[in-house]
Each structure stands twice: as C-alpha cells, then as structure tokens.
Write a protein that binds this ligand. Structure first.
Ligand SMILES: C[S@@+](CC[C@H](N)C(=O)[O-])C[C@H]1O[C@@H](n2cnc3c(N)ncnc32)[C@H](O)[C@@H]1O
Length: 227
C-alpha cells in the first residue's frame, strides 16, 4: 500500500502526540534560535493591560512570560495544548512563577472548551493547528469583534529559493505532521478573520501574519483571496 503523501494530507493527531512526547525534553533548547520571532509575534498582538489572550498550542509555555507582561496581573491567559507532556512543562512553569492568571487546557484545539471570549489569539509555530479548519473555527468563535490575531512559524520560501527550502524541509518535518499549506500557513485563519499583514523573515523561511477580526463578527473571504 502507498504511504500517505505528507505534502497533501492534513495533520495527524496520533503522530503529533508521539512527536511531542519525544521532543519535550529538549524542546525549549531547540526553540531558542527562534526567540526573536516569538518577541516580534507577541508584540504584533498589541496587548493591553487586563486583556484575555489565547495561547493556541501553547506547548511548554515559552510564550507565557511575554504574554503576561503585555496583559499584566489583571489580564488572563488561556493556553491550549493537546500533548500531556508539553502542557506538563507549562504547568510547572506556571507553578514556579506563581502565575495565578493562567488557565491551561489539555485538549485538542478543535474541541477545547474555551471558557471565555478573548481579545487576542497567538498561534506561534502551530502549523498543524492552523491547517485544521475545526481548530481555527473554535478559536475564532471565542474571539471578541476586533480581536488581534497573530500566526507565526515556518513556511516555504519562494520556489526559486531551493537552498532555503532545503533547510525548511527538515525543520518542518521535525515539528509538524503535515506539510500541506506550507506556502501560506495562515490562509485558513485569514479566510475567517479577514486579510492578514504578512511579514517574511530569514530569506522567506519564517513569517509573522497579523491582523484583527473584523468588527461585528468574522468575515469569510473567497478562497482565492487567501488560499
Ligand atoms: C512547535 S510546538 C509550539 C509550541 C508553542 N506555541 C511555542 O511557541 O513554543 C507545536 C505545539 O502544538 C501542539 N499541537 C499540535 N496540534 C495540536 C492540536 N490540534 N491541538 C492542540 N495542540 C496541538 C503540539 O503538541 C505542540 O506542543
């Protein structure tokens, strides 16, 4: 039987759980190189004191300190993560810092019972989540009109940039279970929020896409606009 084509098929939950069970011990070290991108992505959220922010696919909680700096002690962070091992590390981080305004939900994003509407949502290095329409829908349903959204992570550089893409490929295979949509990983999000401003970095291998949910609810753009 032919193996399913990773470039076309969607994300695989069982494979993702296994991938992050294996990576959890050294995950924070591996991500250290990308910290400037995290700073940029979180700054694009334009967080204000007292706001509620969703950390979608929060992993070990590497974004929590910066998010908390933006919303202050009176704001709230809701982290959603399906890997018990990854969220276990996030729980340790929260306990060590005695952050009492962080709620962590161990659940797939697509079925997460998000307890309140949020002012902002961060999808940092969460390609598998961004390519699941049900996951994106569940997040967008829990955003207030005008909420800020930011997605960031790896993407294919232009087709001409073969040497860059030769670096993107192993990095992506290491951290996602589907390469589908790697040209425009933000497209399903943008189809629900309205157009996003996309900034490319590292010769096109990394992006930060940011924007706001249209006031009065979300906008469904024609597929051709953003896909
Ligand atoms: C590359 S890590 C990024 C973690 C974190 N956002 C960060 O910046 O370090 C991707 C995370 O998404 C989680 N994930 C993948 N698919 C998911 C889903 N459908 N629901 C919830 N979490 C998911 C993985 O378990 C993993 O922890």
């Amino acid at each position: 039987m032919n193996k399913p084509d990773k470039r076309r098929r969607g994300p695989d939950r069982t494979a993702a759980l296994e991938q992050y069970r294996r990576r959890v011990g050294f995950y924070d070290l591996e991500l250290a190189l990308f910290e400037p991108i995290r700073h940029k992505a979180i700054s694009r959220l334009g967080l204000q004191r007292g706001e509620v922010v969703l950390d979608v696919g929060c992993g070990t909680g590497l974004s929590l300190a910066l998010l908390r700096r933006g919303i202050g002690a009176k704001g709230r962070i809701i982290g959603i993560e399906q890997s018990p091992e990854m969220i276990g590390k996030a729980r340790e981080r929260v306990a060590q810092n005695r952050w009492n305004n962080v709620t962590l939900l161990c659940s797939p994003v697509e079925t997460a019972d998000i307890p309140e509407l949020a002012d902002a949502a961060l999808f940092h290095f969460t390609h598998d989540i961004l390519r699941r329409p049900e996951a994106v829908d569940n997040v967008v349903r829990h955003l207030k009109p005008g909420a800020h959204v930011v997605a960031s992570g790896l993407k294919w550089a232009g087709t001409w940039a073969i040497p860059v893409n030769l670096l993107v490929l192993p990095a992506a295979l290491h951290s996602v279970t589907s390469l589908e949509g790697l040209q425009k990983p933000w497209s399903k999000l943008a189809a629900r929020t309205g157009p996003l401003d996309v900034e490319s970095m590292l010769l096109g291998a990394v992006y930060v896409a940011s924007g706001r949910l249209a006031d009065g609810g979300h906008v469904h753009l024609p597929r051709s606009t953003q896909d």
